[in-house]
Design a binder for this molecule. Structure first.
Ligand SMILES: Cc1cc2nc3c(=O)[nH]c(=O)nc-3n(C[C@H](O)[C@H](O)[C@H](O)COP(=O)(O)OP(=O)(O)OC[C@H]3O[C@@H](n4cnc5c(N)ncnc54)[C@H](O)[C@@H]3O)c2cc1C
Length: 504
């Protein structure tokens, strides 16, 4: 069993894009860091090879019954929802105005994500929020993470199954030529069929998809990172000048631990970071944060089932996303302007214990996902010990544009497109503890430090000041890198000051 010790210099909570990037950036600069993650290490080929212990299966075969769902929270359920399995992969929040899907495990969302790695839709995304941050200055962080993730745009010549660029080359209805920019994907694109099967939403057992455990965390551990999996932070207490006390539940040993840290970096993912902050404030362990909960968004996510039932098709093959496409203008042959729409198959369906007929049927259908910069004007609130999200979908025109696209796609294809239009669901939750100039508008300052709570930082999607419109993981990573760099620069600066005082 890992000996954690009680006092730490820095504790990072959560190992998704925010937590892994912040922790590895600090370790790279020589800082001592403990990373705690509530979920387990996943049993994948790279983790087996590295000799990682206590790995938990991905949800495959009958293990789907015990490893698919971590928790579901429903408005009607009392307390903290229904916990299915501590080592389950998906953490689901069902709400009346917004539902959210996220994940549980070392590497966070990178196990379930579709590996589309992009900069924000608006090249000026970072400008105008606070003086000290600009899009130009953040560029180096995007370069760093895109490079580490090995993100590349699939070439049409690589003959990846089901790419929209190839499928719609001669389509009179749809188009995916060079006028529709394709997303960069962090996958092994080596032409081998095993790289194009079962490597998406239910994890990537053979490691073909770049996940954060293999890309960042293993090397950070070699460089001194201490990582405690299956340790969940329950509350966070401010000790004033003495740092923070964390109440942590060790799920493997089934006991509570109390850790103290000079500095805490919260990166438990938008909803779980907000829960921790709200819960800790409600019991008086933290104070302030008048803007907590403001600026919540779903990145315009809209999901639909395209019941193509295309004979002979196996849309489950390919890289996780088949690529973007648009409606073809029947007069000019070019792309009609419209929202950002990506097509997927049920990649990973073979790992689930489904009846044969259903497996075969799912392979003949596709999924459509639209996204775009919504207004991120939702509000997360704490009511009777539960997180509630208020989100008015009519405020964001991008959601209506995507629904219109779905209707037109159904008309043109002659096949139903079924979406949950009255039930917004996002896999890209963001905001609620956002970056701001002052505590009236935001929860964190330009360094990612919470206003009024020195030493407490937020490095995940809850701190984003607006919806990036594009898939957000690279924007979260750029933010986390920025936060960690600001910490190390500050540390170096203070050290220099101490050294010169001693010299005098
Ligand atoms: C199906 C799906 C597909 C997606 N596809 C893409 C895509 O193609 N491209 C893209 O950019 N984005 C994609 N995303 C979104 C992306 O995964 C998220 O935006 C990203 O993971 C969020 O990063 P984060 O650091 O904020 O949180 P997360 O990655 O969610 O990490 C938070 C971590 O904290 C842990 N945690 C939570 N609470 C606690 C606690 N109390 N104590 C300790 N640990 C805790 C969690 O277990 C988790 O590991 C997808 C998401 C899903 C669900």
């Amino acid at each position: 069993m890992m000996e954690l010790g009680q006092r730490h210099s820095t504790i990072v909570i959560g190992s998704g894009f925010g937590g892994s990037v912040a922790a590895s950036t600090l370790v790279e600069a020589g800082e001592k860091v403990l990373l705690i993650e509530r979920g387990p290490w996943r049993d994948t080929a790279p983790m087996r090879k590295a000799g990682v212990e206590h790995r938990a299966s991905l949800p495959k075969g009958l293990r789907a019954l015990t490893h698919l769902l971590y928790r579901i929270r429903l408005p009607g359920l009392p307390g903290d929802g229904m916990r299915f399995a501590q080592r389950g992969l998906f953490d689901i929040h069902l709400g009346r105005e917004m539902s959210v899907v996220c994940s549980n495990g070392v590497g966070g969302g990178s196990h379930v994500y579709s590996a589309m790695n992009l900069r924000p839709q608006d090249a000026q995304y970072w400008d105008g929020h606070v003086e000290a941050i600009s899009s130009t200055a953040m560029e180096a962080h995007y370069d760093w993470i895109l490079n580490r993730m090995g993100a590349a745009v699939p070439s049409i010549d690589s003959k990846i199954p089901n790419s929209t660029s190839a499928d719609y080359r001669n389509s009179p209805d749809f188009i995916a030529d060079e006028s529709v920019p394709q997303p960069a994907i962090s996958m092994r694109m080596d032409g081998k069929i095993e790289s194009y099967r079962n490597n998406s939403f239910f994890g990537s057992e053979n490691g073909a998809k770049a996940t954060l455990d293999q890309v960042l965390l293993l090397s950070a551990i070699e460089n001194g990172l201490q990582l405690a999996a299956e340790h969940e932070c329950l509350t966070l207490w401010s000790l004033g000048k003495n740092g923070y006390r964390l109440e942590v539940f060790d799920h493997r040993a089934r006991r509570r631990r109390y850790l103290i840290a000079d500095r805490v970096i919260l990166a438990a993912g938008t909803l779980n970071t907000l829960r921790l902050l709200f819960r800790s404030r409600a019991i008086g362990a933290l104070s302030g944060m008048p803007a907590l909960g403001k600026g919540f968004g779903g990145n315009g996510d809209s999901v639909a089932w395209w019941a193509l039932n295309q004979r002979g098709a196996d849309f489950s093959l390919g890289v996780p996303s088949h690529g973007r496409f648009a409606l073809r203008d029947r007069d000019s042959g070019g792309a009609l302007p419209g929202p950002n729409i990506t097509r997927y198959g049920f990649n990973g369906v073979d790992t689930l214990p489904l009846p044969k007929w259903l497996n075969a049927r799912l392979k003949r259908d596709a999924i459509l996902v639209g996204m775009g910069a919504d207004r991120a004007d939702g509000v997360a609130r704490w009511r009777r010990g539960k997180l509630q999200i208020r989100y008015i979908k009519e405020n964001s025109s991008v959601l209506a544009d995507i629904q219109e696209f779905f209707v037109e796609a159904a008309r043109r294809s002659g096949k139903p497109v079924r979406s949950l239009r009255d039930f917004p669901l996002t896999v890209h939750p963001l905001g609620g503890a956002r970056l701001g100039r002052e505590e009236k508008h935001g929860v964190v300052n330009e360094k990612g430090e919470v206003f009024g709570l020195p030493g407490l930082f937020i490095a995940d999607a809850s701190a984003l000041p607006a919806a990036p419109g594009a898939p957000p993981s690279m924007t979260i990573s750029a933010w986390a890198r920025h936060v960690a760099k600001a910490i190390t620069e500050n540390h170096n600066h203070s050290q220099q000051e101490r050294d010169s005082a001693q010299a005098v």
